[in-house]
Design a protein around this ligand. Structure first.
Ligand code: SAM
Length: 285
């Protein structure tokens, strides 16, 4: 069988169906067998696994997942891709369930229950415009996922795994690292996709923590504090929190908390670790 990771095969399918790429759906199809292999290896998908694939496209990754996993559920927003997958590229896979829907509108807990309540893996070459919302939905709502292996924009992957004090460190780093352990599995250049994206990509694996690595009594307050701390990066933490749109925190209170934590009055949000944000949140809540 000819696989779609062979660019000639992808072009043949696209021509057969007169398929026109839709920019608004972030359609950049994978055309590199080595990258496909790297995604599969990084995910560790095995014969007993159930996989949720977000955005199967014409089925490049889907074919490989169906051959490895027990069951694959693929959610695709673009209805013009459904006949291609159903009648052509994935017609032989009886372990594939296709859902023609916007993944952001699906109740992922309900989906997990319909899969027997078992924890599943998420594997996807994500449309970049939904990267943060879909990953945060999976993590924040504690959907029972074993692990998440996704292709994202390189810059976003760097932010997810960034450490305090680096230029990439911010609210996304803290949110992701509170819920999961990130690991950058591969860098992927634009020529591995059709059409070529304008930016580089990376495969990142997120393994959700069983318990968060720090104690936080009020998660909503903790995350609003983090967002406010990075709202204006050049401001000190004290000034950022004093002008927080979600609720100003008086300067004296923040100064007292910083002093208790042994931090300088001039410290910026980007210098605080996850543990320090948790401590600050407990002191200010
Ligand atoms: N998996 C294919 C591959 O690797 O070649 C396609 C990846 S392409 C980057 C992203 C896919 O996600 C497209 O097929 C696009 O139509 C689909 N998509 C975009 N937004 C979506 C959404 N909100 N829900 C489900 N699928 C979506």
């Amino acid at each position: 069988m000819a696989y779609l990771s062979d660019p000639k095969e992808t072009i043949a399918v696209l021509n057969r169906y007169g398929f026109a790429f839709k920019k608004r759906f972030g359609q950049n199809f994978l055309i590199d067998a080595h990258v496909l292999e790297k995604i599969l290896n990084a995910s560790g998908v095995a014969a007993e696994d159930t996989v949720l694939e977000i955005g199967p496209g014409i089925g490049t990754l889907t074919q490989a997942l169906c051959e490895k996993a027990r069951k694959v559920v693929a959610v695709e927003i673009d209805q013009t891709l459904i006949p291609i997958l159903r009648e052509d590229t994935c017609r032989q896979y009886e372990n594939l369930t296709l859902i023609n829907e916007d993944v952001l509108k699906l109740d992922l807990h309900e989906l997990s229950e319909s899969l027997g309540g078992c924890s599943f893996q998420v594997v996807a070459n994500l449309p970049y415009y939904i990267t943060t919302p879909i990953l945060m939905q999976l993590l924040e709502r504690r959907v029972p996922v074993k692990n998440i292996t996704v292709m994202v924009q390189k810059e976003v992957a760097m932010r997810m795994q960034a450490a305090p004090g680096t230029k990439d460190y911010g609210a996304l780093s803290l949110a992701v690292q509170y819920f999961a352990k990130p690991y950058l599995a591969a860098n992927v250049p634009p020529n591995c996709f059709l059409p070529r994206p304008t930016v580089g990509s990376a495969v990142i694996c997120l393994t959700p923590h069983k318990e968060p690595p720090v104690f936080v009594a009020d998660e909503a307050f903790f995350f609003s504090l983090i967002r406010a701390s990075f709202g204006q990066r050049r401001k000190t933490l004290v000034n950022s929190l004093a002008g927080a749109p979600s609720g100003a925190i008086p300067k004296e209170r923040t100064l007292a908390a910083l002093s208790q934590m042994g931090l300088l009055e001039t410290v910026r949000g980007e210098a605080l670790s996850l543990q320090q944000f948790a401590q600050l949140s407990e002191l200010l809540a």
